[in-house]
Design a protein around this ligand. Structure first.
Ligand code: F6P
Length: 372
């Protein structure tokens, strides 16, 4: 392919921020190869922005030169070759105050300066709502930047899907398939907690695909008495086991979601709801119950074909956007095509499961209890 020079671009950087998701390496590969074909040098910033923000932590350099060799054979590999972090958000950087306390301080000006100091003309920022909010702040400060939506949670409103989600749902569904036989063999309730933060997409899609008996999602606060009734009803029909999928952000009616850690400069960590639901259902039904937390297993492994292709398309589209002179936009899936939306709009609203969406209606029609 003939190389073209982008609009005043010689060197671009890519970074990956937030929790990793299957497909990140495929995005990196697409950005490097496509950037190279424009005649641009491509570097990876290690661990979000840390490679340039806290360079002292990187004796071998906070920037990783990326070329054809460095991205060979990585399309199908989970994780990210340039590292990521979901701590130390530069917009809320944990900083010591004169009175000895710690406070969250906006340090994005330091990032802008560091990018200029490294002669980085443009950035491809791959991440979820946190990373894209940072990208938007940098765009407002004049950084030429294009976002790529990544998250297994699928909670970004301006793209039909994020990459990583399909892999997470596929794996969770496989786990539900496996858990059916052990649940049936022991006549137990199996409660399966899945990630997804404040959105129930993973729980809903995997739960319906994996024929769960009940699915609890953050969007529908639950009353466990309805789940217990469903389990009893199954027993009455000779089905002495049950599979209950619980999103980590699920919450009881009138209650709050279950938080295991809050940290300065980072999002709160959710968890513990699966164990709680399992214990309470055992008490309410008198049946034996076990819980399984799929957790970070959902973020690992080989991306599905769908996620690989989406990641490659997103990466190539991000470079295309820069070559066309765009900035402050996010690449978004709008089947059958990929389009660009302003970063400001992309991060304005979290995409949660609409209560009247087709999959929720399907779940109800299939007599899956949603806890309400
Ligand atoms: O946003 C992706 C995600 O995997 C969420 O589903 C989950 O709540 C969170 O990240 C976990 O983050 P950590 O890697 O800090 O445990």
């Amino acid at each position: 392919m003939a190389r073209k020079r982008g609009p005043g671009i010689r060197r671009i950087a890519i970074n990956t921020g937030g929790g990793d998701a299957p497909g990140l390496n495929a995005v990196i590969r697409a950005v490097v190869l496509t950037g190279y074909n424009h005649g641009w040098e491509v570097v990876g910033i290690r661990d979000g922005y840390n490679g340039i923000f806290t360079p002292e932590q990187y004796p071998d350099g906070g920037l990783m030169p990326l070329n054809r060799d460095s991205v060979r054979g990585i399309t199908h590999v989970g994780g990210t070759i340039i590292g990521t972090t979901n701590r130390g958000n530069p917009m809320k950087y944990p900083t010591p105050m004169p009175d000895g306390t710690m406070a969250e301080v906006d340090r994005t000006d330091d990032i802008v300066r560091a990018l200029a100091a490294h002669s980085i003309d443009a950035v491809v920022a791959v991440g979820g709502d946190g990373s894209l909010t940072i990208a938007n702040a940098l765009a407002k400060k004049g950084v030429r930047i294009v976002g790529v939506p990544k998250t297994i949670d699928n909670d970004l409103s301006q793209t039909v899907l994020t990459f990583g989600f399909d892999t997470a749902v596929s794996f969770a569904t496989e786990c539900l398939d496996r858990l059916h036989s052990t649940a049936e063999a022991h006549r137990r309730i199996m409660v399966v907690e899945v990630m997804g933060r404040y959105a129930g997409w993973i729980a809903l899609n995997a739960g319906v695909s994996g024929t769960a008996d009940a699915i609890l999602i953050p969007e529908i606060p639950y009353d466990l008495r309805t789940v217990a009734a469903k389990i009893r009803q199954r027993s009455g029909a000779g089905r002495n086991f049950a599979i209950v999928v619980v999103a980590e952000g699920a919450r009881p009616k009138g209650g709050r979601h279950s938080v295991i850690e809050t940290r300065l400069g980072a999002a709160e960590r959710l968890g513990g709801i699966g164990e709680r639901v399992s214990r309470e259902l055992a008490e309410m039904t008198g049946r034996e119950s076990r819980h399984v937390v799929l957790g970070h297993l959902l973020r690992g492994g080989t991306p599905t074909t769908f996620d690989r292709l989406l990641s490659l398309r997103f990466g190539a589209a991000a470079v295309r956007a820069l070559a066309e002179g765009r900035t402050g936009v996010m690449v978004a899936l709008d089947p059958p095509t990929v389009r660009y939306v302003p970063l400001a709009r992309a991060t304005r609203r979290m995409k949660t499961v609409p209560l009247d969406c087709d999959t929720v209606r399907t779940a109800r029609e299939l007599e899956i209890c949603l806890g309400d």
